[in-house]
Structures are given as C-alpha cells and as structure tokens.
Design a protein around this ligand. Structure first.
Ligand code: TRP
Length: 456
C-alpha cells in the first residue's frame, strides 16, 4: 500500500493554483473513510441501540439499510466529491447553483452538532483509558461498575474536562496531523482494533450464559420490531457510514479520477458493518451473562466491557489496549467531523486553517456543555421529554442527517443525473444504474419523509 495522504489539499482549496494532491492510493481513501465510519458509533452506540430495539430483527433492518440506501448515498456523496474536487458547500454550489450551497451549509451544521455530543462520549473513553491504567475500572461486579459509571458521568467537572481534552486532541490532529499521522496510523491501528475485538469476543462468548446474548443478537424476533425501530435502524446506518454531514464528499474529493467508486463504497460499508457486528458480539453476550438489562442505554458498553476485562487473562493489558484503540477509532471519526466545518470556513470565508480549527473547537466545546452536563448537573432539564444529550443526538439523527442525505440524493439523481451517472460508466453491471437512481430519487425521499412523519 503506498503512502496515504491528504497532503496540501487545504492550501490548494483556496489558492488559485489547484495543486490539489490526492490520496496516495485507493486503499488510502477507503481506510480514511472507514476510519471516519468506524468509531464510537459501532462500539458505543450500536450495541445499546440494538439492545433498546430488541436485538436480531433490528440487526437485519440495520444491515438491509446499509446495503441499500446506505451504499447508494455513500456512492452519491463520493460522486459529488469526485466530480467537483471540493468540500460540501463549494461542491453543492458548483454542481447545483447558488441555492444548493445551503445544502452544504446544513451538512456542515450537522457535523458540528454531532461533534458537540460525540466529544462527550470521546471524553468517557479517555477517562476509561486512565481508569484502566490505574486498574480502577477492572471491577467484576457489574452493580458497582454501573454506579461507578453513573457517578463518573454525573460529575460536571470531569465530564467537561475530558470532553475538552478529547476536542483538543481532535483539533491538534486537524491543525497539523491529518496528512501523515492519522492515515498512516490507521493502517495499523484499525486492524489492531479488529483483532482486539476478536479476542474480547472469545472471552465474552465463553462466559456462562453468553449464548442467550448471542441468540438475542442474531436470532430475529420480528415481534420486537416497531415502525420506530425501523427508522432508528436506518438512522444508525447513516450514522455508522458517516453520511449526511459532507464528510464523504470531502474525502471523495481527493480520489483519483479513475478510482472505482462502487467497490470503494462496498469496502467502506462492509468495514463499518463488520465493526458493528463485532461490537455487538462483544457487548451483548456479556450483557446477558452478567444479567444487565440490554436496554440500559448509553452506558451499556462502558459497563459491560470492564466486567469482561476483570474476568479474562491479561485483562488489565487488554483493557488498556482496548480503550486506547477505541479512543483512536473515536479520534479518526471526530477528526472527520471537525474537518468539514473547518473546510467550510476556509473555503467560504478564506479563514486561515489554524484560526478556523481553534474557533470551531471552542464553539463545539460550548455547544457540547449541555450534552456534558445532561447526565449530572442538568439531569432534570428536559426538552420535549428528552435530556439535553438526547435532544442533540436525536436532532442530528432524525432531522439533520436525513435532510443532508435528501439533498445529496436530490442533487445526484435529479439535478445532475446525466453527469452523475458517468461515474458508473465502465461498470459491467448495468442494473446498477437504474437501481442507484431509483434509490436516490424514490426511496430516499420516502424514507426521509417516513422518518419525519414518525417524529411529528
Ligand atoms: N461514523 C462515526 C461513528 O460511527 C461517527 C461519524 C463520523 C459521523 N463522521 C460522521 C456520523 C458524519 C454522522 C456523520 O462513530
């Protein structure tokens, strides 16, 4: 695999001479996109949302969503990036005209909103890494882990400090290190995360009672499925593929003109799904073995994982490695969330990169305060019956990302279809052309309207 870099993309974006460098290789692009996709969504969000929505049947809907609409929109975002070689707002304007620039602004806003609560959970991973190092987190008693977790997330200063730390790390990478560091490290750390998950799965599956969790996760019980869970699965598919926030547009803009897009999509989609599957197999069997309620909510992974580590050989080392890799996976995702907002300010207002990063990071921190405090000091503050953290998560998942996806689908399948379809030019599978268009033009609007209808 050759060197992977985003080198000098930013300089070239606002400068007149378009010396825009690309990815060193297609694998570089796939890994960067997968680095964005695989993160807390898979390891933290996926297991608890599956647990909330009844297991196997939800998993099936999730998989179906990824491999239909998910891939179609992934391909659409890549197409926009490749046709323009620009990040979202500029790209939308170039292809659609001035009014379409709003679609790009909205997607940048989505990224901002997601990062504002993502950094809170990112902060938890830092805290759990430190607690693994000290050994404090390695407790076998899940009741105690539960109360430890709740005490920890309720502490306003800790929550803010760790979220801030996570944002600083993200900002440092985006200011300087995206080019070489993250991409190169991703080549090693991403596979390492997968290997480590397999090791933890081996322990999780051999816990007494674990098979109930496996059955829960893999055997669909369609009675558990409600209209709401269908749409949640779709939203989770979007989230786990990093759609609707302009990220794949930006990453796709660095692709060489002759790179095969469809297979890249399938790769990214498969890696994201694999990560979710492994995370489910890691967390849910342990949840059942330890008698935790599967619908315990956002703390599920953070409570079940340490309990496994406390009961496995070399658990202390595995715990440290696990939270380190999880932190890394979270950072490759948060970097991808910060970058489009920064790119927006650079492209549209010609801000210097460093200033853009600092300002956006501070603004994100401020916007994230309600999310950070919503487990403790502001626990009782509710908007429409949801905590502040939930309302941000909910707004992004149910309003922002579907809207972003709708714009992408409309641009590609309607506004610029003759141009867009050329990216499938050399494909032998002719059925892909109408299928892709149908998903973007017909299915996406139906799905998005259903999501909104359900939420009203
Ligand atoms: N996909 C990432 C995860 O699963 C989170 C993420 C990164 C994201 N970039 C995104 C979600 C853009 C939505 C849109 O952790």
């Amino acid at each position: 695999m050759s060197d992977i870099s985003l080198a000098s993309s930013h300089a070239s974006r606002n400068a007149a001479e378009p010396a825009r460098a690309g990815w060193g290789s297609r694998a570089g692009f796939v890994l960067a996109a997968a680095g964005s996709a695989v993160g807390l969504g898979a390891v933290w969000k996926f297991p608890y949302v599956v647990g909330k929505h009844g297991g196997g049947a939800f998993l099936l809907v999730y998989l179906a969503s990824v491999f239909t609409l998910g891939l179609a929109l992934l391909l659409a975002e890549m197409t926009i990036g490749r046709l323009t070689g620009r990040s979202a707002t500029t790209a939308f304007r170039m292809l659609g005209g001035r009014a379409w620039a709003w679609a790009g602004r909205i997607s940048a806003l989505n990224a901002f909103l997601i990062l504002a609560f993502y950094c809170v959970v990112g902060g938890w991973t830092i805290a759990y890494l430190l607690r693994s190092i000290t050994g404090e987190a390695l407790v076998a008693d899940t009741a105690r882990l539960h109360s430890q977790f709740n005490t920890f997330i309720a502490d306003p200063w800790e929550a803010l400090a760790f979220a801030g730390l996570f944002l600083v790390a993200t900002a440092v990478v985006v200011i300087g290190g995206v080019q070489k560091g993250i991409e190169r490290a991703g080549k090693i750390l991403m596979p390492a995360l997968f290997v480590l998950m397999l090791m933890v799965i081996a322990r999780s599956l051999t816990l007494p009672g674990a098979m109930d969790g496996v059955a829960y996760f893999l055997m669909p019980d369609f009675a558990q499925l409600s209209g709401e869970s269908l749409l949640q699965a779709l939203g989770l598919a979007f989230f786990s593929l990093s759609l609707g926030a302009g990220i794949i547009i930006a990453y796709g803009s660095y692709l060489p003109k002759d790179a095969p897009l469809v297979s890249s999509c399938v790769w990214v989609g498969s890696m994201a799904t694999l990560a979710c599957l492994l995370a489910g197999l890691m967390v849910l069997p342990a949840v059942f073995a330890f008698g935790l309620p599967p619908d315990a909510g956002p703390g599920l992974t953070f409570i079940a994982m340490p309990a496994i580590f406390a009961q496995m050989p070399f658990g202390h080392a595995v715990a440290i490695a696990f939270f380190l890799l999880l932190l890394f996976a979270a950072l490759t995702s948060s970097v991808s969330l910060l970058e489009p907002v920064v790119a927006f300010l650079i492209d549209e207002y010609a801000w210097p990169r460093r200033r853009a990063v600092v300002v956006v990071a501070i603004a994100t921190f401020v916007a994230g305060i309600p999310a950070a405090l919503s487990f403790g000091a502001w626990k009782d503050v509710e908007v429409f019956g949801r905590s502040l953290f939930d309302i941000m998560d909910y707004t992004a998942m149910n309003i922002g990302m579907p809207l972003g996806g709708l714009f992408v689908a409309a641009l590609v399948s309607w506004r610029i279809w003759p141009q867009a379809r050329t990216v499938l030019g050399g494909m032998r599978a002719r059925w892909l052309v109408p299928t892709w268009r149908g998903m973007c033009l017909v299915l996406t609007p139906i799905a998005v309207l259903a999501i909104w209808y359900q939420n009203l």
